[in-house]
Design a protein around this ligand. Structure first.
Ligand code: SAM
Length: 423
């Protein structure tokens, strides 16, 4: 019987080992799993890399690591984590230089300023000044930001490492500034009802927060030297499009679950700093696996290879409750289809004698159980991968519990997060 609590991170951000990213792994959990289940691998893939825990832990052990995430802001956060501790002494002087440059150089205005939804003019200007200064001092390209938000697979994957570090400090500053707009759902950011409800933090307070965030991140770096930091390759790309064949000894990862967590809205502060327009955010939500967006009714009928996934999709589609036929049914089919395609790509990318570790959580739609553990196991079996170990953990703070409408179903239910190991 499972007894240990879920390994996924929760609780205060002071306890986090890197950027406060929703549902990130703790490093210790990844380190322990790599030691026990991946004793002799040289290279590790994480195609849903998020804040980059797998790639950072692998890099700290001198392993080759490749991480993908579809979200360009998240790629920057994961790359920043690879900044070597050995240059820690230069973080404060560089922050000084950036803030000096921020005083001089006026920012270029966006046609539609995404941050203006929450912040008044002088606050937005200060954030943009710091951003332009990072671009000037560390990238030699003051007008970089439009490129970053628009272009998956582009500049977010190739920014200089130090620039990703200061961008991440600016993202964290942005999260601090927008914290009053966070809802109880940790991935939701409210909009103020009118312009008059926007906040106007003073420029001086923003620079103080930026410095604090540089320090916060510096204290959490784990890669000792540059040698370790060079090897990981982190790309903004979709797991669905992974085309590597027999390239890795192992994969350690965790996909989005069937809980409609909106990772894109959850990173709206960061994407807005990158200048992402409403259209770019909407496009990213459509392409991101598991967000509440449905890609169109034509995918309602797409075939699924897992028989359990197919049965669940039919049960949800046929459920009597409002929205099941037109929204939740197509949504779950989209989700399963993305998941199966990605799992098949992962199975091909890892060498036949390699190890694949996948962390998943079960959930429910109304009273219909969504046993993601079995679905993933069936999909992997279809690719010739055998489940050799399963470790279960109890989920004490399920995302669904945040939804008052779902709470009545939850009184008698325990969800499980499981590490599934395939060889
Ligand atoms: C459970 S989180 C991973 C968290 C990660 N293990 C960490 O420690 O931060 C799932 C991630 O998958 C990403 N994602 C969603 N759809 C994707 C896709 N099609 N391709 C690649 N990444 C995707 C999300 O942006 C999110 O960062």
């Amino acid at each position: 019987m499972p007894s240990a609590p879920s390994p996924k991170q929760s609780g205060g951000e002071r306890l986090r080992d890197w950027y406060p990213y929703y549902a990130g792994f703790p490093s210790d959990f990844v380190g322990d799993a790599l030691t026990r289940h991946f004793p002799s691998v040289n290279s590790i893939l994480d195609p849903w890399n998020g804040s980059g825990t797998t790639t950072a832990v692998a890099a700290a052990r001198g392993l080759g690591a490749v991480g993908l995430d579809i979200n360009p802001a998240v790629t920057i956060v994961a790359r920043a984590r690879l900044t070597p501790v050995s240059i820690k002494e230069s973080f404060d002087p560089l922050a000084d230089e950036i803030l000096r440059a921020a005083e001089i150089d006026a920012p270029k205005a966006f046609d539609v300023e995404p941050l203006a939804r929450w912040l008044g003019g002088s606050s937005v200007e200060m954030v943009r000044r710091i951003q332009r200064a990072i671009n000037t001092v560390l990238v030699a390209d003051p007008d970089l930001e439009a490129d970053l938000a628009a272009d998956p697979g582009g500049r977010s994957s190739s920014l200089p490492l130090l620039a990703t570090f200061y961008y991440t400090a600016l993202f964290a500053t942005g999260r601090d500034l927008l914290a009053p707009f966070r809802a109880s759902n940790p991935t939701w950011l409210r909009y103020p009802p009118t312009y008059r409800h926007r906040l106007n933090p003073a420029p001086g307070a923003i620079t103080v927060s930026f410095r604090e965030r540089v320090q916060y991140l510096a204290d959490r770096l784990t890669i000792a030297s540059k040698a370790g930091a060079e090897s990981p390759v982190l790309r903004t790309a979709s797991a669905v499009d992974l085309r590597d064949e027999n390239a890795y000894d192992g994969c350690f990862t965790s996909p989005p679950y069937a809980t409609r967590v909106d990772y894109v809205r959850g990173s709206l502060a960061e994407l807005s700093i990158l200048g992402a327009s409403d259209e770019q955010v909407a496009d990213l939500r459509r392409r991101t696996t598991g967000t509440p967006t449905v890609r169109g009714v034509e995918r309602k009928y797409c075939e699924l290879s897992s028989s359990m996934a197919n049965d669940i999709a039919i049960q949800i589609q046929d459920h009597v409750s409002h929205g099941s036929a037109n929204y939740y049914g197509p949504w779950i089919r989209n989700y399963f289809s993305d998941l199966e395609t990605s799992l098949s790509r992962i199975a091909r990318a890892v060498k036949p004698d390699g190890v694949i570790g996948i962390v998943v959580q079960d959930s429910h739609y109304k009273s219909i159980p969504i046993d993601l553990q079995t679905i993933v196991t069936e999909a992997m079996a279809g690719e010739g991968r055998v489940l050799t170990c399963r470790e279960d953990y109890e989920v004490r703070h399920s995302f669904a519990r945040l939804n008052p409408a779902a709470r009545k179903h939850l009184a008698t239910r325990t969800n499980h997060e499981s590490l599934l190991v395939f060889t």
